[in-house]
Design a binder for this molecule. Sequence first.
Ligand code: DGJ
Length: 726
Amino acid sequence: MPIIYDRDNNIFHLMAGDSSYIIKIFKNKYPVHLYWGKKLNHSHFSEAFITSPFGPNPDPNDKSFTFDRMLLEYPSYGNSDFRHPAFQIEQEDGSRITQIVFNNYRIYKGKPKLEGLPATYVETEDEAETLELELIDELINLKVILFYTAYNDYNVITRSVKFINEGNQKLKILRALSTCVDFDHCNFDLLHLWGSWARERYVERVPLMHGIKTIESSRGESSHQHNPFIALLSKDATEKNGEVYGFSLVYSGNFAANVEVDQFNTTRVTMGINPFEFTWILDKGETFQTPEVVMVYSSQGIGEMSRTYHRLYRKRLVRGVYRDKRRPILVNTWEAVYFNINEEKLLSLAKEAKELGIELFVLDDGWFGRRDDDTSSLGDWYVDRRKLPSGLEGLGNKLKEMGLKFGLWFEPEMVSPDSELYRKHPDWCIQIKGRTLSQCRNQYVLDITRKEVRDEILRMMKEIIKSAPIEYIKWDMNRPLTEVGSLALPPERQKEVFHRYVLALYEMIEELTTEFPYILFEGCSGGGGRFDPGILYYMPQIWTSDNTDAIERLKIQWGTSIVYPASTMGAHVSAVPNHQVGRITPLKTRGYEAMSGVFGYEMDLTKLTPEERELVKEQIEMYKRVWHIVFEGDLYRLINPFEENSASWMFVTPDKREAFVIYVNILAEPNPPFKKLKLEGLDPNKKYIIEGTDKEYYGDELMNIGINIPPMRDFDSFAFILKEKS
Ligand code: DGJ
């Protein structure tokens, strides 16, 4: 029974894993927040507010309280709470004030799907329980339903909101965030993931301050710059200790996460679709569903929060046949040949790949239209026979004969000004009439909010997919949205375009993944510009970053792992000098890091030396031995590359019988001090052996004494597999 309703005290107690979340319906009207934290066995206690001498008071019959002094579950603006609101609705008379009060509730097993939106799910009804709190504004007959799902086995509460217009007027939603949590103190640090192209998801931790701090995207995608995730950390929180509250939005477009510390030192967290450049018209009888926020509580630091997200996202967000399967080891042509594609070169690369043990050959950008560089052809999704005379079918069949799977790159949301599609349909891109459109990487964004545009792109893609034995698709998206407007929508709906774009994107991917369930999809957006839970619902893996340098990847993969499991992170071994930063790192190190994700190669394999060939073969064999530890195991981050001159992490299987440990030195130190690597997550009483050696240790020794780190050269590394000694 993870959700209990205590009728006497009007309290809902949600128990999720080892955590409790408690709501009281104050005065039988107002949902107020009582608690979120370690699991409680009792919940009748309910101090919902503090009296305030000066606060305005919303209730003519009881002057003792003001909303400004309360912890609220879903606050509106304009009736005595002056913090930022969770939602706002404009009415036909121009007013923006609503007064929603408790009307009804439902508690049931399982978790409902969100219409048209990605969300975490359950496989059996017993995995979770859902509470719906129905609130109503009686003046305008607007229903606001707050959805809370508590998972039994995870410290996870998911939240989303549905607006139902049951009144007689047209409403305009100005703001519709997915969650609000008010904390009764502000002794937190804020952790978030910021970045840029080739520097995605750097970790930043800052103290909270009075006022509002917003982490957001207004680029039309979740973005390289800010990930739709924040966490509040107790001041003493570390990887291993302290309280952590995570908020992760299952959405791929403009988002906002706001943290407000007010005059009374309370902290309000809200998260959802970015209200900037957003409105939504809700006609009579219509509903609006917000995306979902996945909230995780950890009493054991940042590491345990991450592991909770990993377990949940691996098994109850990602879907499809590849959810539980090893992904084929791939070679991608991008850094190998860029646009210099010809069948002969591709086949020689494929032949080498096959001999090395690679399983999937991915043909990246440049195979279609007349795309010899990035100035043309997006939108012309037909094969360029100058480069591939036997077409994709011919190439695909030759790969198949070699025993390789065939994968293909698309950028479906885009159009080049120099393309047949654009010449035929210049009105089909996102634009504002009369305004010059900004080009980015020589391309415009298609207005996929229009059905005819979606249909035509999908038609071309399906024709290609059916024409050849394609088993993998990389779905790229290489620019943000600018001059945002749709020629197909009336003026009053122009601020719907950003959200409609995301809904349209989801619809397209849903259609393709349903029609071609056997295809492995990999998301991409100029590397990791759309690495978010929304995409992961449709595609089990995402290209983490265009930066393939082993040292840069330490930070990028560390930061990404704060929320996302290794099984979702595309990670490729590339050539040196590295194409992004020019650094030369050992092949060994590049290999170990790529093994900490979805493993592949992205280099001209025909140029390997004999020694490198042997090492690549060994890497592939090693990956086959460790992938299940990486994919199914728990991640323990050991040494933080943002803080140290080295990095280390390890994965441990749930039964704690196997582990995979990686250590990378950054710069060599002369005559270095004594260093130990202390492991985590092992069974203290199990005896482990390092695979391939006769070294044996007990778990408690490895975790408390640790192993010696030898002096190491620049960018050198070691990795090993631990197995329980039977
Ligand atoms: C950006 C991606 O991140 C790269 O991996 C590659 O696919 C290029 N686009 C191709 O244009």
